[in-house]
Design a protein around this ligand. Structure first.
Ligand SMILES: [Zn+2]
Length: 349
């Protein structure tokens, strides 16, 4: 192993005035990048020349921290379909390295020792794949490994309150490396408590999930653009970016772990449909973030009140002063979601 985890310390800080929280991390600014400032097909092709240097590529396994997981398990060094490694620049460390010795208040602001884990799923051995070109079968494998890692971390790492899963694709969406990858971050806090309480309250008052109510409204408003037996994809009524997409299960499942293999494959196919349609609109897969909203395992006793969902958010408009000034509660979007949905619906894949 020629490299190791380089984060020095991290802690979660909450501002008492605004309620906003940050993870303060020292050491991440040295992250390597193979992406230049613009995201375009040309840039993709430039980056494709960097296969020899890319730490996620098959053949470069010795350049990453020690592997956590791989499939197939017994494969030879370079012969794998998917790998999981620790993030070399984790936002949080398993050991916890906060400068604060214990949870305490400092000038009324809250600091929590940021124990956690930050892992990277290398989604494919092929550097030149994009999320729009990988197969349904490979996408299904990615989902399977996300669940396997969540199971391991929720059950074996103490103090995990939530595990967030996301994809950054393209420099404008925060990716530092081009090779397709997924990130998992275990948090000692639950940033989605308000969202979960809102969903529970809705369910108690209306006897249906807020997610089902959103699906019905989207169908009425012609905001949907793809569906199969188990999933439906739509452009949210208040999309924060042009062509923002949301995937809901039709079945009542609060997190990926409750999906049967056949349902999970339907989700893989739905994700692929979304990425392929975006690629069709832009003529290349635009920079985007894909974020998973699931109920943490500790809340799974109330699984009939919550459906997980996935947002795919193209990074088209740069978030700037207005969004900051409104505490990221308001966004400016110039593409009406019904028009985006109509365009996406008409694409034949
Ligand atoms: Zn690569």
């Amino acid at each position: 192993m020629t490299s190791k985890v380089l984060t020095k310390y991290s802690e979660v800080r909450t501002d008492k005035l605004t309620g906003q929280s940050i993870i303060l991390v020292e050491g991440r600014e040295q992250r390597p990048t193979d992406l230049i400032n613009t995201d375009s097909k040309d840039n993709d092709q430039n980056a494709a020349l960097n296969v020899k240097k890319c730490v996620f590529c098959s053949g470069n396994e010795d350049k990453t921290p020690k592997e956590i997981w791989r499939k197939p398990f017994a494969s030879s060094t370079e012969n794998w379909e998917i790998r999981v490694i620790p993030n070399m620049f984790p936002a949080l460390l398993i050991e916890g390295t906060s400068k604060s010795d214990e949870k305490h208040s400092l000038d009324n602001n809250r600091i929590i020792d940021a124990k956690g884990a930050h892992e990277v799923i290398v989604a494919t051995p092929n550097h030149n794949d994009t999320f729009a070109t990988i197969s349904d079968k490979q996408m299904d494998l990615i989902l399977e490994v996300i669940v396997e890692r969540q199971n391991d971390l929720y059950y074996n790492l103490a103090g995990v309150e939530n595990i967030k899963t996301w994809i950054n694709w393209g420099k404008a969406a925060g990716a530092s490396l081009r090779h397709p990858h997924v990130q998992l971050l275990c948090l000692p806090v639950n940033p989605e408590l308000d969202l979960i309480y809102r969903a529970y309250k809705f369910n108690e008052e209306r006897r249906e999930t807020i997610m089902d109510s959103q699906i019905k409204k989207a169908i009425e408003d012609e905001l949907t653009f793809f569906e199969n037996d188990d999933f439906i994809a739509l452009c949210p009524f208040a999309s924060i970016q042009p062509y923002m997409m949301r995937i809901f299960p039709k079945i009542l499942v609060p997190s990926l772990k409750y999906l049967e293999p056949n349902n999970r494959f339907m989700l893989a196919a739905t994700l692929n449909q979304c990425f392929k349609r975006l690629e069709n609109v832009f003529r290349f897969l635009p920079p985007l973030n894909t974020v998973f909203h699931e109920i943490p395992y500790t809340w799974s006793d109330s699984k009939n009140k919550f459906k997980f969902w996935i947002d795919i958010i193209p990074a088209i408009n740069k978030l700037a002063g207005f969004e900051l000034a409104t505490g990221y509660s308001y966004f400016i979007n110039s593409k009406p979601p019904d028009k985006a949905a109509k365009e996406l619906r008409e694409i034949k894949i």
